[in-house]
Design a protein around this ligand. Structure first.
Ligand code: GLV
Ligand code: MN
Ligand code: MN
Length: 421
């Protein structure tokens, strides 16, 4: 396979591009690019330019995913998908998601015009983080036929539904079925920063993801009674914030006592929100993850029972809403072995690991064989502007990607799959 140019120079260009895309933001001074926001259009325009330059046809599907298709050597051959997401968390870094898309474009550029035995589709998913509508994976769910009515009716903080946001972006929700994975799809590969400290602690640049932990996201509402903060004795209060605080400590305690469980309450909104008024309501989010779906379900039950007990003891009522229950996913073992071999060819030791973060790969894995390659995250930091990558690691990832494409193009196992596609 033709490799043109120097990997390090290409890696520097990848990092520079990620930083350039980080400037497309809804909030001056930091990076925030949520689902179908106007900076997402700028991001699409920029990536489209790069994809067009390598001869890929580009379109935006009805769910707002950017899709570039690099044709195969022979018309009618199946396709391999490379991708990740283009949306960000608030006050984000420049690499979570974006790096996987930019790296995929760079892989095509590095081919120097050479066509492969399969087409390559590069996808920049529109929504993975769940920031705007509280529910993640809206982009990738469209590909597996799971962007349903219930999701289309979700509303953002301004009361705009997913359906309406699509129309405002110039998309037609009726065309969502056309975004579905094509029958000719062989596999999905995603490069992503690790977003944790494991690879750094092992002094390794690249990892092979074997499985992705399942996650539950919920919203809880403690409903008490607003009253005067100066005149209401402590034992006669129905204070929603105090109940929420007691429950948050329970969440932390439960996660600390269950091996491998991570649980986070990251948002609390209290009303009416005046210093001299006892809070009537406290609305919280819960994010709960474990590699075992049984443990996750059990812990979610325990935490809900504790919330009910706390609410009942304090004379409050409790409402709850499940925003996401995503099962843990095992990635494809044949592809994981291929990734491991490709990493070895770059001169690095591959490390097999489980991802605690959710990824588009866990959605696509429902329908097609999927694999992920992690790049070391310096300091283990992500979801923060200090998130970064080492240029050398990006160069290794690019090299690994080229080996992987070459291996897959020559793989008899994949040839068999191509015949079935
Ligand atoms: C995605 O970043 C997640 O929350 O796992
Ligand atoms: Mn993220
Ligand atoms: Mn991500």
């Amino acid at each position: 396979m033709a490799k043109s140019g120097n990997m390090r120079i290409r890696a520097e260009e990848i990092v520079a591009r990620c930083q350039r895309l980080a400037a497309f933001t809804e909030e001056p001074g930091c990076t925030r690019r949520t689902f179908l926001s106007s900076p997402m259009r700028d991001c699409h325009r920029e990536i489209t330019r790069w994809l067009n330059a390598v001869g890929a046809e580009v379109a935006v599907d009805a769910a707002g995913n950017l899709r570039g298709y690099y044709p195969p050597a022979q018309p009618g051959a199946p396709r391999l998908i490379l991708g990740s997401h283009l949306d960000t968390v608030p006050n984000a870094g420049a690499y979570d998601g974006i790096l996987g898309v930019v790296l995929a474009v760079a892989l095509l550029e590095t081919l120097g015009g050479q066509r492969l035995s399969f087409g390559v589709e590069v996808i920049g998913f529109s929504e993975e983080e769940g920031v705007r509508f509280g529910t993640p994976f809206l982009g990738s769910r469209a590909l597996v036929g799971r962007l349903d009515e219930e999701l289309l009716n979700l509303q953002d903080a301004n009361g705009i539904s997913v359906r309406r946001a699509m129309q405002d972006f110039g998309l037609n929700p009726l065309e969502i079925p056309l975004a579905a994975l094509k029958d000719d799809t062989l596999a999905y590969l995603e490069f992503h920063i690790e977003q944790g400290p494991v690879l750094e602690s092992l002094n390794l640049p690249l990892g092979v993801v074997e499985a992705i932990a399942g996650q539950t996201r919920m919203e809880l509402l403690f409903l008490g009674r607003a009253n005067h903060a100066g005149t209401t004795p402590m034992h006669l209060r129905q204070d929603a914030i105090a109940a929420a605080a007691e429950w948050i400590i329970e969440v932390e305690r439960t996660a600390q006592s269950e091996e491998g469980l991570v649980a986070t309450v990251s948002r609390i909104e209290a009303k009416p929100g005046a210093a001299n008024v006892i809070a009537r309501e406290a609305r919280l989010t819960l994010d709960l993850r474990h590699r075992s779906d049984n443990v996750r379900a059990l812990c979610a039950d325990i935490l809900m029972r504790r919330a009910e007990e706390i609410a009942a003891r304090r004379g409050l009522s409790l409402q709850r809403r499940v925003l996401l229950s995503q099962r843990a996913v095992a990635l494809d073992m044949f592809l994981a072995d291929q990734v491991e071999e490709a990493i070895r060819k770059t001169g690095c030791e591959p490390h097999r690991m489980v991802s605690g973060a959710g990824h588009d790969a866990m959605i696509l894995a429902e329908k097609v064989p999927a694999a992920m390659i992690f790049l070391r995250s310096p300091g283990g930091i992500s979801h923060d502007p200090s998130e970064t990558v080492e240029i050398e690691d990006v160069a290794k990832a690019l090299d690994c990607g080229l080996h992987l494409l070459e291996q897959l193009a020559n793989s008899s196992e994949l040839q068999k799959r191509m015949c079935r596609a």
